[in-house]
Design a protein around this ligand. Structure first.
Ligand SMILES: N[C@@H]1[C@@H](O)[C@H](O)[C@@H](COP(=O)(O)O)O[C@@H]1O
Length: 259
């Protein structure tokens, strides 16, 4: 695991964009696959990737995108559905063909349809050759995607209930906590671990405890983001505030300085 600590959130966005571009290049695939997180954490990173596209340093016209998660039950076209967020924040600015964006299907009418949709999502990721670079944020409770504390470490895409904490945290995107859907379809932690490279971005003091638990605490379902420790090619890009509770900071800085 590589831990890069930078002064500000803007620095995090710039550096993480370089890690993503490098990872997509290293994949050497005609149709590279980018795993897409939502939430506010990766927005700066997406803006940096869009700048790289405009500068001709990145071409995503043949890339595919797979979202981490989606709410259950939002009407088609709801501005806070993750499909709409990714169409807005990623497809347009980064030149990713909307026809090549895949999002878990949260529109199933009953549990059977949702379960079938989740299994189909796993098949679609596999058919695309797997995810080359997975962008990740982290919830204040350590959730990854919508894998809440208690999620099985080897879980695959499935229907889950959102925790009250997450619904409260995401209330700012809706008309209060009651407006946030109660359920989601999320890639599992095992699905995330199958990506070839993981890039986690976090900034701000509200993430400091979750970041410390994820990177330096025990590998545990109680902190789903701790699965990063199990992955052979994971990079965490943090600002000073998000890194404030890390104990091995000296080692990370020395390692980042290179040979
Ligand atoms: N499902 C998403 C996650 O993928 C995201 O990483 C996390 C943190 O969100 P934010 O970046 O807005 O703090 O919670 C959201 O609910």
């Amino acid at each position: 695991m590589e831990v890069l600590v930078l002064p500000t959130a803007a620095d995090v966005a710039r550096r993480a964009a370089e890690v993503v571009i490098e990872g997509l290049g290293a994949a050497r695939r005609d149709e590279p696959v980018l795993g897409l997180a939502t939430g506010s954490s990766p927005l700066g990173l997406y803006a940096e990737l869009a700048a790289a596209v405009r500068a001709g340093r990145l071409d995503l016209t043949r890339a595919r995108g797979f979202a981490l998660d989606e709410y259950v039950g939002l009407p088609v076209g709801h501005p806070q559905s993750y499909r709409e967020v990714l169409l807005r924040e990623v497809c347009g600015p980064l030149g990713l063909d909307p026809g090549r964006l895949d999002v878990p299907d949260g529109s199933g009418r009953d549990e059977d349809e949702l379960v079938a949709g989740a299994a189909d999502y796993e098949r679609r990721i596999a058919a695309a050759g797997g995810v080359d670079v997975q962008i990740l944020g982290i919830g204040a409770n350590g959730h990854l995607g919508f894998n809440e504390p208690g999620s099985a470490l080897s879980s695959r895409t499935r229907v889950k209930r959102l925790s009250d904490r997450t619904r409260h945290d995401n209330a700012r995107f809706f008309t209060g906590p009651e407006g946030v859907p109660t359920h989601c379809v999320t890639q599992g932690l095992g699905t995330v671990l199958a990506a070839r490279r993981l890039v986690l971005v976090a900034s701000g003091p509200a993430k400091a405890d979750a970041v410390a638990a994820a990177l330096e605490g025990p590998l545990s379902a109680s902190c789903p983001a701790s699965v990063l420790q199990w992955h052979a090619d994971a990079t965490a890009v943090l600002d000073e505030a998000a890194a404030a509770r890390l104990r091995n900071r000296d080692y990370y800085d020395a390692s980042a300085a290179g040979l």
